[in-house]
Design a protein around this ligand. Structure first.
Ligand SMILES: NC(=O)c1ccc[n+]([C@@H]2O[C@H](COP(=O)([O-])OP(=O)(O)OC[C@H]3O[C@@H](n4cnc5c(N)ncnc54)[C@H](O)[C@@H]3O)[C@@H](O)[C@H]2O)c1
Length: 162
């Protein structure tokens, strides 16, 4: 199975890469599990790729024939995407490449960023369907964004008290 993860070195993307390799890769009965990480690094760092690999190495879950490939590139680069989809024979895409700040949507705090109209080269329409995540990975979202933020905040508080 070949999965393309966009925005892969960002916050959610990097956690998803680890979860795919250590949880999904270990559970799925597939001959090989290839995760292609794509990011233009506009809001993340190349060092994250090494950290993902490092975490996967020390995780207790078995990683069955999982390979990780990083490609630095922009999702608006159609010819690059076409080549990646073709060269890596991608079965599924998990898309996290974006610029919207999470704090803004959770706290209603205005972040001083400007979202502009689509420019030539931007994706015109984007379709997403979580049914494939369920049918192939047996994954279904059970928690809301607010649940996740509350949990992270409680974790932060308990960690700093020690
Ligand atoms: N963090 C959350 O709790 C949360 C919740 C709901 C939705 N989201 C959305 O999910 C997406 C990812 O969130 P995140 O918190 O991981 O953000 P993030 O900024 O940490 O990660 C986004 C990644 O996408 C990359 N990127 C941006 N534009 C790109 C482009 N054109 N081509 C290739 N790579 C590009 C950035 O370099 C970055 O590594 C965002 O759109 C965000 O609004 C986030």
């Amino acid at each position: 199975m070949n999965i393309l993860l966009t925005g892969a070195t960002g916050y959610i993307g990097s956690h998803t890469a680890v979860a795919l390799a250590c949880i999904a890769g270990g559970k799925l009965d597939v001959k090989s599990f290839n995760i292609v990480l794509l990011d233009n690094l506009c809001n993340s760092d190349l060092a994250v790729v090494d950290r993902i690999q490092e975490i996967i190495r020390v995780k207790p879950n078995p990683v069955k024939n999982t390979s990780i490939t990083f490609i630095q590139g922009d999702i608006r680069d159609t010819s690059l995407l076409t080549q990646v989809l073709h060269d890596h024979q991608i079965d599924s895409v998990i898309h996290f490449a974006g610029l919207k700040a999470v704090g803004e949507s959770v706290n209603n705090v205005k972040v001083p960023l400007q979202f502009v109209n689509r420019r030539a080269g931007d994706i015109a329409t984007c379709y997403a369907d979580t049914n494939k995540a369920f049918s192939t990975l047996n994954w279904v979202a059970t928690r809301s964004l607010a649940d996740m933020c509350q949990s992270a905040w409680l974790f932060e508080q308990s960690s700093t008290k020690k």
